[in-house]
Design a protein around this ligand. Structure first.
Ligand SMILES: Cc1cc2nc3c(=O)[nH]c(=O)nc-3n(C[C@H](O)[C@H](O)[C@H](O)COP(=O)(O)O)c2cc1C
Length: 209
């Protein structure tokens, strides 16, 4: 089984959460794929303060908040679909805080993220309001954590781009090309997650021979 974890970077249960859940719903029933959804909404996640505790001691962050609980689910997944609303031409400070707190992952389990996969989508209130910037920002944060990027199909480019018109789920449903792009992205991520899963098994077999 390959587990795809959708991570929502919105502090609200509105457009972005809706889009991510639609993507997971689309993958339901696909053989070999299981899905899970997590969100920063309602969670206390302070940004990293650069104290160096994790790096120096090769251990988990000393800040006590909700981050560890989310990180445990993050570590257990094989592939990520990260979604964020566009905030000020970028992704949200909430998702950036979450990524900043992943620094101990590298120090505790240096190899853990090496073969994980990730894709990104952004939901903006304005058409061309910075969805591409937000997606690029999410991809950059994943790369900074060693996650391998899965882009969208040809003509889908870097990821998923949806226009909400600031109207929540009703708004994104009006952006059918945007929603279709998200489903294609989810399909491609699932395909790659399965290829990774079978590839790992093949490598293990080859090593046994
Ligand atoms: C603080 C803030 C900044 C925003 N900045 C932008 C922006 O730069 N570009 C844009 O298109 N929409 C911007 N928006 C609108 C949101 O991206 C849009 O309403 C989105 O659908 C919200 O996602 P959500 O419904 O999942 O919370 C901003 C909204 C907020 C609250």
């Amino acid at each position: 089984m390959a587990k795809i974890l959708a991570v929502c970077g919105s502090p609200r249960n509105q457009a972005t959460e809706y889009v991510l859940k639609k993507a997971l719903e689309h993958l339901e029933g696909r053989e070999g794929i299981e899905t899970e959804f997590i969100t920063v909404r309602g969670k206390k996640i302070a940004p990293c303060n650069g104290c160096g505790y994790c790096k120096k001691n090769k251990t988990w962050c000393c800040i006590q908040d909700d981050c560890q609980e989310l990180l445990e689910k993050f570590m257990a997944a094989d592939a990520y679909l990260i979604g964020s609303p566009v905030y000020c031409y970028s992704s949200t400070p909430q998702i950036a805080a979450f990524f900043s707190r992943m620094r101990p992952l590298f120090h505790v389990y240096p190899e853990l993220m090496r073969d994980k996969l990730g894709s990104a989508l952004a939901v903006g209130g304005t058409r061309n309001g910075g969805e591409e910037m937000a997606v690029n920002n999410l991809l950059a944060m994943m790369m900074a954590r060693g996650i391998n990027i899965v882009c969208n199909e040809v003509y889908g480019y870097a990821g998923g781009f949806v226009w909400s018109q600031d109207k929540g789920p009703d708004g994104v449903e009006m952006d059918q090309p945007g929603m279709n792009g998200v489903l294609k992205l989810a399909d491609k991520l699932a395909d790659m997650a399965l290829i990774r899963e079978y590839g790992k098994k093949a490598l293990a077999c080859a090593a046994d021979q």
